[in-house]
Design a protein around this ligand. Sequence first.
Ligand code: 23J
Ligand code: MN
Length: 258
Amino acid sequence: MTALDSLVDALAHGSVAVVDLTLPLSERTPLLQLPEPFANTPGFQLRELSAYDDRGPAWYWNAFTGGEHVGTHFDAPVHWITGRDGEDVSQVPPSRLIGPAVVIDKSTEAAADPDYLLTVADVEAFTAQHGPLPDGGWLLYRTGWDARADDQQAFLNADETGPHTPGFDPECARWLADDTPLVGVGVETVGTDAGTAHSFEPAFPCHSFMLGAGKYGLTQLANLAQLPPTGAVLVAAPLRIVRGSGSPARVLALVGRS
Ligand code: 23J
Ligand code: MN
């Protein structure tokens, strides 16, 4: 049997399951809120073209509008100034859109401290137990934030000092970008950086270092709790928007079930 025959067999028999890591995309999908004077993204919206009516008697279809960075989405290197000479989303090699994933669970820590920042020591504690970060793979950062995704206010968790959502410590972001074989990181929050990351040095370090290194981001992931710490295979499918800085994406994981 070839590897693909084995995969088809495993999918048919349920020894490999498909987990949808994608949140539903609608006008209710929560949006990043940047402070003045920065531009903000429009949300996702459908406009009905016909619904089995005079405008199209046998068909239903819509046009849609919305930002590239809405809902479960992919950040391409050109999204950030550090990656401005890098790939746009249409140029990402497809082989980099599928790869092994590890899941680091800091949901307990993030519940106690919404400003929790993942550190190099956290990742090293994980690799000491589970083995090295995967070559060409993804680090998925579980914080429990997906439970808040149907409520914009709870999801952004902002007070008078701004948003409070977990993210990466700047040194951890630099290390993941420059010193590990990962191709990207994925998070459950509205962006790959912490809510307070506008005040970090550098500002928005995860965007700055990861995209500057030609790597990628995935945001607003769901169902990471269904994945094992190691062994899942991630498939990220952003739209191939020419000159796009990113795109809403369908993100799936293949997981072994014994
Ligand atoms: C633009 C500016 C800051 C941030 C972001 C976008 C995102 O989170 C994003 O979706 O890439 S933090
Ligand atoms: Mn983004």
